[in-house]
Design a protein around this ligand. Structure first.
Ligand SMILES: Cc1cc2nc3c(=O)[nH]c(=O)nc-3n(C[C@H](O)[C@H](O)[C@H](O)COP(=O)(O)OP(=O)(O)OC[C@H]3O[C@@H](n4cnc5c(N)ncnc54)[C@H](O)[C@@H]3O)c2cc1C
Length: 307
């Protein structure tokens, strides 16, 4: 199908974009990479009267690594962020999760900020923003507001940005040194949206036992809220984890709220959430790769990621 007719706008700078969004209001949609919006338009699930294409807006394509976090501009493509060595060193979860986002062609166009604004519960990057206690900077003609991930996502496919606001950047938080992170996902085929995915951040004490463990989920909760697993596994070493499977099942199974669809039942997704969380806890407690990532057996290789 073809989209319904719309008026196309291509502002050159942020100010012009904000003025257009203020003037057009709910009749307009921002177009970034188009990897989610264009299919929605083609299927006529949305028919905005105006599209405001931000691809020519200068100054939105920067990744900046700061002590407080990794700032990702609105026009930074997934592929750029995935290959940004300083960003992935500062926050290894970026690389660990971006490897699972769609295919190279889609990552070349799709923006990380667009994926966050799109707020799909099956998107990897909203879960990473939540787990890193990140935030989104929204800008309108009335000024800026910085919205933490914990209040940015308000429902499936719905964030708190208003029609006149441009998401200028997303800032992913950094973890304290020594934090171990991992990301696990199961999809029917690599590149498909996840049936279930888990991001995990874990800290160990000097004796190698768990002092903190937090997780966020993909395709398992309506919004990417964070589950604190610390009480369930505090003090556990790698040797203790097999015995904690029941406790992990209780806590994770009680937190996630998946739905049945044509791809998988809710029960199966819940099972995948529990198994992947337990497996990540096990591997992160036992050890990590030199680059700070845990290499899970079914994670895509570097060759697959760039192919
Ligand atoms: C075949 C296929 C497979 C995919 N698989 C995955 C996957 O496995 N995981 C995953 O996470 N994603 C997946 N995607 C989606 C992809 O990651 C998109 O790029 C991303 O979700 C949206 O980014 P975009 O830049 O393309 O946004 P667009 O499609 O341009 O916009 C998406 C929405 O966000 C709004 N928007 C975008 N940027 C801004 C901004 N700066 N300010 C205000 N509003 C804004 C738009 O108005 C629109 O409502 C897939 C897409 C396709 C086509």
């Amino acid at each position: 199908m073809k989209p319904a007719p719309f008026v196309y706008h291509a502002p050159a700078d942020v100010q012009e974009t904000l003025e257009l969004l203020a003037e057009l209001g709910p009749e307009a949609k921002v177009l970034a990479g188009g990897q989610s919006l264009v299919p929605v338009l083609n299927m006529r699930l949305a028919s905005p009267a105006h599209l405001v294409d931000i691809n020519r807006v200068a100054g939105l394509d920067e990744v900046t690594v700061e002590p407080g976090g990794v700032r990702v501009g609105a026009l930074v493509r997934h592929a750029h962020l995935l290959s940004h060595s300083a960003a992935r060193t500062a926050q290894p979860l970026l690389r660990q999760a971006l490897r699972w986002v769609a295919h190279p062609v889609i990552r070349n166009r799709g923006t990380t900020v667009g994926s966050i604004v799109h707020a799909d519960p099956a998107g990897e990057m909203p879960a990473v923003l939540a787990l890193t206690d990140g935030h989104v900077l929204l800008r309108s003609v009335h000024g800026d507001r910085e919205v933490p991930a914990s209040s940015f996502f308000v429902g499936p496919m719905e964030c708190c940005a208003t029609a006149d606001e441009l998401a200028v950047e997303a800032v992913f938080g950094r973890f304290p040194p020594g934090t171990r992170t991992g990301f696990s996902e199961i999809a029917r085929r690599h590149g498909d949206y996840a049936l279930a995915g888990v991001a995990l951040a874990l800290r160990l004490g000097d004796d190698g036992s768990v002092t903190s463990a937090r997780a966020s989920f993909v395709s398992l909760t309506e919004v990417p809220d964070v589950l604190d697993l610390t009480d369930a596994v505090a003090g556990a070493t790698a040797a203790d984890l097999p015995g904690l499977a029941g406790r992990v099942e209780e806590v994770v199974g009680g937190h996630v709220d998946p739905v049945d669809d044509i791809h998988a039942s809710a029960d199966y997704r819940r099972h995948l959430a529990v198994v992947q969380t337990h497996r990540l806890l096990d591997r992160l407690t036992a050890g990590e790769d030199a680059d700070g990532t845990v290499r899970l057996p079914d994670a895509p290789t570097d060759q697959e990621v760039t192919a």
